[in-house]
Design a protein around this ligand. Structure first.
Ligand SMILES: [Fe+2]
Length: 373
């Protein structure tokens, strides 16, 4: 956990920022290493050294009526987040709040609901959002951000989360490629708006909890054209074309135009990788979510024909590096550490669990990858 704390400057004494936490995430028997406060941070509820008991927990939940939040120092927040008592769902909620992902998702959701596109769909109005996304990338470790990205999501949050995720993944790729800050911003922007055309697709098709019929699929596949129309004249061609072409393939087998090779720009090629990665890790109604390691394997096995192979290689190399040495929760419920991710078999990493070192298989596999270690 030390490396993570260092990145966000939460070493004792350096940063005493308080963070909101639902009181229900505490547990009977937790010994407080730090004071805890009420939801405004103004009233000390329990001093450090005290133990949470069932009756104390009930009291904490009942103090302020409907508001069942408390505030804790960031260090305590991270410890609670990574503790074995904390469920994957609670951990996810805490992670998204800690990274600022939850707020960004809400902001994007609010924008996308507005149909006065002329008022907000331009670079100037979106600049604060681009800055916010870029600052998440600067302040947090990629695996922490990927933990927010990789979690299964409700269907009705699909578009806002996908747009944010592709923006974050585009920004990550831009950094791994050492692109200048202007290009990072352009790629983040392209990620944010690439699927804006989906706001023109009827809800029952967009969020259908089943496979689409051929007719519905044709409607759905028109969304890059809508994106192009909405962005036209408002953004430079890199952004507009990434939106129109993100489902095109280098071999010409994509849609909506079936163009190929050199006709697909750099920004489009990067956005296509982010788009596929996010689609594969996220839960869909007709297939389960996948762990990122499984998705790396699919990229390696070239299941996604028509992507730029040199960009895929950079993507996989960086992803493997970031996930090595991470803590995981295994299918047996115990924790372990990823020692090595085989280049040609990322789905089956080598895990250290106590004294034992072994490769995962069908019966013994990673269930959850923890962001902080
Ligand atoms: Fe799309």
């Amino acid at each position: 956990m030390d490396r993570e704390k260092e990145r966000i400057g939460t070493h004792k004494g350096k940063n005493r920022r308080l963070q909101t936490l639902p009181a229900e995430f505490l547990w009977d028997g937790l010994v407080l290493k730090e004071d805890i406060f009420n939801h405004t941070g103004a009233v000390l509820l329990l001093p450090k050294g005290e133990t949470i008991t069932k009756s104390r927990l009930e009291k904490l939940m009942g103090f302020y009526g409907d508001n069942k939040n408390i505030m804790v120092y960031e260090e305590t927040y991270l410890e609670i987040m990574m503790d074995e008592h904390t469920s994957p769902e609670a951990r996810q909620k805490m992670m998204e709040s800690h990274v600022g992902y939850a707020r960004l998702q809400r902001d994007i959701g609010d924008l996308f609901e507005r149909r006065d596109y002329d008022a907000w769909l331009n670079r100037e109005k979106l600049a604060p959002l681009i800055r916010e996304v870029a600052s998440r990338l600067e302040n947090f470790d990629p695996v922490t951000i990927l933990s927010c990205i990789n979690f299964p999501r409700p269907m009705d949050e699909g578009l806002q989360r996908h747009s944010l995720n592709v923006a974050l993944l585009n920004g990550m790729q831009a950094e791994w490629l050492d692109l200048p800050p202007d290009d990072v911003n352009t790629l983040v922007l392209a990620g944010l708006v690439h699927d804006i055309g989906k706001t023109m697709i009827p809800e029952e098709i967009l969020n259908a909890p089943r496979r689409l019929t051929n007719e519905e699929l044709a409607v759905m596949r028109h969304h890059p054209v809508y994106s192009d129309e909405l962005l036209s004249g408002k953004f430079d061609d890199n952004v507009r074309l990434a939106a129109r072409h993100h489902h095109e393939k280098l071999d010409g087998s994509g849609y909506p135009d079936g163009i190929a090779g050199e006709q697909l720009g750099f920004c489009t090629r990067i956005t296509a990788i982010s788009d596929i990665y996010d689609a594969m890790v996220s839960a869909r109604s007709y297939k389960g979510a996948r762990l990122p390691l499984d998705v790396f394997d699919m990229f390696y096995r070239e299941e996604f024909d028509g992507l730029d192979r040199s960009l895929v290689v950079t993507f996989l190399k960086n992803m493997r590096e970031r996930y090595t040495n991470r803590q995981v929760i295994m299918s047996d419920g115990r924790r372990g550490e990823i020692l090595y991710i085989p280049y040609n078999d990322a789905e089956h990493p080598i895990i250290r669990q106590g004294e034992e070192v072994r490769q995962t298989d069908e019966d013994w596999y990673c269930k959850e990858i923890l962001a902080a270690d």
